[in-house]
Design a binder for this molecule. Structure first.
Ligand code: NDP
Length: 338
């Protein structure tokens, strides 16, 4: 497949123009383009420009509001409800982040419920900036019914990702971000697009049989990671990012979905804590660095997030690649429609 090389600036401009030409105001286009280009910066192409055609379809058919102005409501001093007003998640996060940071500095803890947002971005983008501020944070969201609960071959849960960030002394934060399915659906879509086979154990076909074929898995079901253990975590995420904050569960999102391939409506829970306000105020950083160092001293072990973070310097210098077909499609979508 022919590839086109882009600098991050060119990629962001292309994303911004696609969004502006298809119904976004400046604030939504800027936040969403920045989100996608930050994913590309870290080599996370499944959440980069690859997602733009999906956003554009949902903007054009009116499913998402490209001019949404998110609103923050406080229901207790440590609880924020950030209403995305049926817009794309990145702007709700850009606006919510400021309030979260202020409040964690003030009182050591915030639980933020993001509601009425359309999310299909990588979640590490929502927690790494909080760890850059010295906080630890965890976040989770639902999606559509793609994952069969342990014991079944019928999709029920979303791929329900969860990301966690921990601040470090003189190092980039430790961040993990993982779907509760064996593989994120975006990765399965990319394998299908590129005609690749997947390893055994990622998913089932419509008859409930294990298959390596990504197309068959997209029609059938993904499996939860770690069998019943991943299934339980996916259930917890349904409850915390759905039941707790009054947002739909993944099967309810599926029922509402128009299947246009764009982002789906739902909620996201984010908890941010200031470690200076808990326990060992003076020593926690050093204490945790001892654990990280011990872990890394084991042959074959690396910290989560290290691969992604180590892509940064190279991609900032060299740019990134997207398939030529996608590039052509995006240039067309970026044309101004009056
Ligand atoms: P991966 O399985 O690729 O990676 C999961 C985590 O494990 C990453 O933090 C990764 O770090 C880490 N990791 C991988 N290999 C190792 C290793 N050998 N040692 C230590 N750590 C390792 O991610 P997924 O496929 O599960 O998820 C991909 C993305 O999809 C996520 O960003 C998720 O947020 C997103 N997603 C978004 C959804 C939405 O609706 N918004 C729905 C579902 C998924 P590293 O990156 O450094 O390799």
């Amino acid at each position: 497949m022919q590839q086109v090389n882009l600098t991050l600036e060119q990629g962001k401009e292309l994303a911004f123009n696609c969004l502006i030409s298809n119904g976004c105001d400046d604030a939504n286009a800027e936040a969403t383009a920045e989100n996608m280009i930050t994913a590309e910066r870290d080599g996370c192409s499944s959440h980069g420009l690859f997602r733009l055609p999906g956003y554009v379809i949902s903007l054009k058919n009116g499913k998402i509001n490209g001019r949404a102005a998110p609103v923050i409501k406080k229901s207790a001093s440590s609880i924020l409800r950030i209403d995305g007003k049926r817009g794309m998640a990145p702007l709700a996060h850009t606006i919510g982040k400021k309030a979260i940071i202020e409040r964690v500095h003030d009182q050591g803890v915030v639980i933020a419920a993001f509601v009425n947002i359309f999310h299909m971005a990588a979640l590490w983008l929502d927690v790494e900036p909080l760890a850059d501020e010295g906080f630890t944070a965890i976040t989770m969201t639902t999606s559509r019914s793609f994952v069969a609960p342990a014991g079944s071959s019928k999709p029920l849960f979303g791929t329900n990702p969860m990301a966690f960030a921990w601040p470090r002394a003189n190092e980039l934060p430790m961040v993990f971000d993982q779907a509760t399915s064996v593989l994120a659906r975006g990765e399965v879509q990319i394998a299908a697009r590129d005609g690749l086979e997947l390893p055994e154990g990622v998913g089932l076909d419509v008859r409930g049989c294990l298959t390596n074929n990504p197309e068959s898995i997209l029609e059938g079901a993904l499996l939860p990671f770690g069998g019943y253990k991943g299934s339980a975590i996916a259930l917890m995420i349904e409850l915390l990012a759905g039941g707790l904050i009054g947002q739909p569960f993944s099967p309810e999102i599926s029922a509402l979905s128009n299947g246009d391939g764009g982002p789906e409506p739902g909620g996201q829970l984010l908890i941010a804590l200031d470690p200076d306000r808990f326990g060992d105020q003076k020593g926690w950083r050093h204490h945790c660095e001892v654990l990280f160092a011990k872990m890394k001293s084991y042959p074959g072990v690396r910290l989560p997030g290290q691969r992604r973070q180590s892509n940064r310097d190279r991609i900032i210098k060299e740019g990134f690649q997207i398939p030529e077909n996608l590039h052509k499609e995006l240039l067309k979508l970026a044309e101004k429609v009056d």
